[in-house]
Design a protein around this ligand. Structure first.
Ligand code: NAP
Length: 466
């Protein structure tokens, strides 16, 4: 596996894949570890997880430099991601016990002397993760999973082996027992073998639709639980009552965050006709002002795309739209020179036959639509196969209620851009996947909610029903 700097095209390091023998050792270690680890206390786990947070804080520059070199996000963004991970470690260290407390039920209503639901860990969970937030995507799975008493096996994206190996080192150095969190350097072809192994009980995948479909169908066949966090094509709706300058500024950030390669980037800008001219002018100004360049430099807003292929894919989407009559308002031309850079681009005049209308633009390209009213805005927002986040800008309460009720999305953010917080559930509907990460819901995904019923021996239930 290769680690290649997208800003230069230089190969930074090469790693051997995990051999069959090593894979067997890791699966055995995970099973061995789980047998004891599931019995550790919340306090013990919290101590190790807090230590992982401290290590991230202590080594923030080094970790961030590694991520920037390996996948091209700006150094500032990589530092923020590292800090966010440290915070999530502390958050779950503090809240896991309360999130997984027994859920009592009125014993009389079920003929018991005591009755409750108890959350218990389930075993080794396979995490198939993407490169775009190489630390955060993994930590937002690992922190709750480890606090719940599960153990983790990571199959990271093939282009971020350095970060993948660092994550194993992080949890080991923090004190988690051997086998508790392990990295497998395997290609996607070997995921099926791991997923079907009896020692692996469930899987979480963050990535594209095709990868999700493949993992979910194998897991379904093996009757193993999955959580899928897939793509998104989030709408960003601007209504007449919105603060247009703020919407343009936040919208630019929402589109370009992570060099335009986030599942929750705002991708489709849907603007009410009454404010369309003014918003377009402001938005094109802020998008055009984006400084593209060396991701390590302080004055860079946006670094390169992750790979030559990723840039070619986004170029194809733009070319397809332009060929069919769309108009580029800014950007749209790759710069000269080394690295896989692509500029902040705004494109309008989108019609149904253009691929950009329905497909996810996983790069710094915003489509801009003009609509006559809220009904048209909502219909257009819901047109894609995705349903991850949705942004709407309005100060009108009736508008807000409509957006909250009718947008088909896992999250609706009003007057702000979609962001993940450990406190809030995160996930999608439709083609964006299922299940939730983060919050109390995320930690419960990989638990057995065991029903406990304790009686006096006098009550045997209803003999006529189940
Ligand atoms: P991807 O190709 O699906 O890769 C993601 C992970 O899945 C990688 O580890 C990859 O391994 C693995 N993989 C790919 N095909 C697989 C298969 N058939 N079976 C098993 N594993 C497979 O995704 P990407 O293109 O790198 O990432 C971008 C996509 O992820 C976008 O659609 C984005 O919106 C989505 N995403 C979603 C979220 C979310 O939270 N909803 C967050 C971030 C990204 P290899 O690298 O070895 O191929």
């Amino acid at each position: 596996m290769h680690s290649v700097n997208p800003a230069t095209g230089e190969t930074l390091a090469t790693f051997d894949d995990t051999t069959e023998e090593e894979l067997e050792q890791k699966l055995a270690a995970a099973a061995r570890c789980f047998a004891d680890y599931r019995l550790t206390s919340f306090d013990q786990r919290a101590g190790w997880l807090r230590r992982a947070g401290e290590i991230l804080d202590d080594r923030v520059d080094e970790v961030a430099r590694m991520m920037t070199a390996e996948m091209g996000k700006t150094f500032a963004a990589a530092k923020a991601e590292t800090a966010k991970c440290a915070n999530a470690c502390r958050f779950y260290a503090e809240h896991a016990e309360e999130y997984l407390a027994d859920e009592p039920v009125d014993p009389q209503s079920v003929g018991a002397t005591q009755a409750y639901g108890r959350y218990q860990p389930i075993g080794a969970v396979l995490a198939v993760m993407p490169w775009n937030f190489p630390l955060w995507q993994v930590v937002r799975f690992a922190a709750p999973a480890l606090m719940a008493g599960n153990v983790g096996l990571l199959k990271h994206a093939s282009n971020v082996p350095q970060t993948a190996l660092f994550l194993e080192e992080l949890f080991r150095e923090a004190g988690f027992p051997e086998g508790c969190f392990q990295t497998l350097l395997i290609s996607s072809k070997r995921v099926e073998q791991v997923l079907r192994d009896d020692r692996v009980v469930a899987a979480t995948l963050t990535g594209s639709g095709p990868a999700g479909r493949s993992v979910a169908s194998i897991a379904g066949d093996a009757i193993k639980h999955t959580v899928l966090e897939l793509g998104g094509s989030d709408p960003f709706i601007v209504m007449p009552s919105a603060d247009l300058a703020k919407a343009a500024e936040v919208g630019t950030n929402a589109r370009l965050l992570n060099n335009g390669q986030s599942c929750i980037n705002a991708k489709r800008f849907i603007v009410h006709r009454d404010v369309a001219d003014r918003f377009t002018e402001l938005f094109v100004d802020t998008m055009s002002a984006t400084r593209l360049g060396d991701p390590m430099a302080d004055d860079t807003d946006m670094g390169p795309m992750v790979s030559e292929q990723a840039r070619a894919d986004i170029e194809e989407l733009v070319e397809d739209a332009v060929r069919k009559g769309a108009k580029v308002l800014c950007g749209g031309e790759r710069p000269e020179g080394a690295g896989w850079f692509y500029p902040a681009t705004v494109i309008t005049g989108i019609t149904e036959e253009m691929r950009l209308h329905r497909e996810e633009a996983f790069g710094p390209v915003a489509t801009l639509y003009v609509v006559d009213d809220i009904d048209e805005a909502i219909t257009l927002a819901n047109v894609t196969e995705f349903g991850l986040g949705a942004n709407a800008w309005t100060t009108d309460e009736a508008d807000m209620d409509r957006f909250i009720r009718d947008l088909e999305a896992g999250a609706v953010f009003i007057n702000g851009n979609t962001t993940s917080y450990p406190e809030l559930p995160f996930g999608g509907v439709k083609g964006s996947g299922y299940g939730r990460e983060l919050s109390a819901h995320g930690i419960r995904e990989f638990c057995n909610l065991k029903t406990v019923w304790i009686g006096s021996g006098d009550h045997h239930g209803d003999p006529h029903t189940e």
